[in-house]
Design a protein around this ligand. Structure first.
Ligand SMILES: Cc1cc2nc3c(=O)[nH]c(=O)nc-3n(C[C@H](O)[C@H](O)[C@H](O)COP(=O)(O)O)c2cc1C
Length: 166
């Protein structure tokens, strides 16, 4: 199978991580993949924070009800951008998926943790020094996988594909 398709098909959300550090080069490579995602009118509205300090990941994990495992990650990439850009959520999501697929291809586990329009946004922005005119899109905790996720329910190709018309 083609390597890119293999990474897309085999990617799963990973929420348990080994202690092994992810190198600075790999973390920057992931952001480089994010930066090259398509964006509406090529506006490139996103910025990325790479968190590696345990103390900061602990603070972020504590304020996100569905993301306490961020605390045990090796690093966390935060995707955010210009809140006035009408396509921020789409552009930011494209960048997020690029990171997830690139991480998978490097054997690194990751999970998309919701960041857009959440109750904890202001607290997270304060912790990370993100100014008011920026909006969060996603948090991606990262680490070498320490779990094999169970089987997931997926709708079949047959159920969702509609040739020519719904
Ligand atoms: C927009 C979005 C927000 C998500 N937010 C969270 C989250 O806050 N916490 C979490 O544990 N998983 C989150 N996930 C991961 C999903 O739960 C996961 O992708 C889904 O259950 C399918 O499992 P898989 O990623 O292993 O295929 C989010 C995924 C997306 C696309």
């Amino acid at each position: 199978m083609n390597e890119t398709i293999k990474s897309i098909k085999e990617r799963r959300s990973i929420r348990k991580y080994k202690e092994n550090k992810i190198s600075k080069e790999i973390l920057e490579e992931l952001v480089d993949c994010a930066r090259l995602a398509p964006s509406a009118r090529n506006a490139q509205p996103c910025d990325f924070i790479i968190i590696t300090k345990k103390e900061t990941m602990k603070k972020i994990g504590e304020i996100i009800p569905n993301g306490p495992f961020i605390e045990s990650a090796n690093a966390c990439i935060v995707i955010f951008g210009d809140s006035l850009n009408h396509h921020l959520i789409e552009d930011g999501s494209a960048s997020t998926e690029n990171i997830l697929v690139a991480a998978q291809s490097l054997g690194i586990g990751a999970c998309w943790v919701a960041g857009y329009n959440r109750t904890y946004n202001n607290k997270a922005k304060e912790i990370l020094g993100i100014p008011g005119d920026k909006a969060l899109v996603a948090f991606i905790p990262l680490g070498y996988p320490d779990e094999i996720p169970g089987k997931r329910n997926t709708r079949s190709l047959k159920e969702i594909v509609h040739w020519e018309k719904y």
